[in-house]
Design a protein around this ligand. Structure first.
Ligand SMILES: O=C(O)c1ccccc1NCC(=O)[C@H](O)[C@H](O)COP(=O)(O)O
Length: 215
């Protein structure tokens, strides 16, 4: 396994966990702005946490079908390096957000079967990065962060897309090495897999996950 897999720890809400993620080698930290989520942050809290992130680690804001006004508020209050769009944003909306806010945009693509991969090409012009995640179950409250994996074999031999991509969905310290091996991912994203309960990150799990990606 390559030693340079970049890791994003998503859904952080505690300064100690930001510090642990940074010390253990995370390259991205994610802050969730979605009120239905147990990981949702208010703007003031997110700004405080962003201030704890060392230079060189990208601060990513995760939003779901956010309006311009909502994004204005987030970008105005929180120093950020990237926007992650995790809803039903079209390629046109991705391009619009990128142009309006001047930040790189990562678009989440939900995958359950091979035909879902066609979305990757549709978004490859507009987005700077793609997050290839498990499609949420029908009726799920959250469009991501459900701790569910998809069949990684769908990505085997398909690691070269036109934009950098990140593997997500149900990754844990136990399975991430195998996921990287099967998919060839150079970047991975985790939330539930470093929690003891929804929204409750755990320092030991964060460290163990990062260690597991290093082989
Ligand atoms: O985490 C949330 O609560 C959330 C809410 C709404 C949209 C997306 C959300 N999370 C996405 C992620 O944390 C990750 O980008 C990814 O889906 C991995 O999640 P997990 O399967 O929990 O590791």
């Amino acid at each position: 396994m390559p030693s340079h897999v970049a890791v994003k720890i998503c859904g952080l809400s505690d300064s100690d966990h930001v510090r642990v993620a940074a010390e253990a080698g995370a390259r991205y930290v994610g802050f969730v702005f979605f009120p239905k989520s147990p990981r949702h942050l208010g703007l003031d809290r997110a700004a405080e946490l962003a201030g704890d992130v060392p230079d060189g680690i990208a601060k990513v804001a995760l939003t779901v079908n956010a309006t311009d006004a909502e994004l204005d508020a987030i970008v105005g209050a929180v120093p950020l390096d990237m926007l992650q769009l995790h809803g039903k944003e079209t390629p046109e909306r991705v391009a619009e957000v990128k142009a309006r806010f001047g930040l790189p945009v990562m678009k989440a693509i939900g995958v359950a079967e091979a035909s879902d991969l066609t979305q990757i090409d549709l978004y490859s012009d507009a987005a700077d990065q793609l997050l290839i995640d498990a499609k949420p179950p029908r009726g799920a409250e959250l469009p991501g962060g459900n701790g569910l994996a998809f069949d990684w074999r769908l990505l085997a031999g398909r690691k070269y897309w036109r934009k950098p991509w990140m593997l997500a969905g149900g990754l844990t310290k136990e399975n991430v090495a195998e996921a990287i091996r099967l998919t060839g991912a150079r970047q991975v994203d985790v939330s539930s897999g470093v929690e003891t309960a929804p929204g409750q990150k755990d320092a030991a799990l964060i460290r163990a996950f990062l260690k597991a990606t290093k082989g």
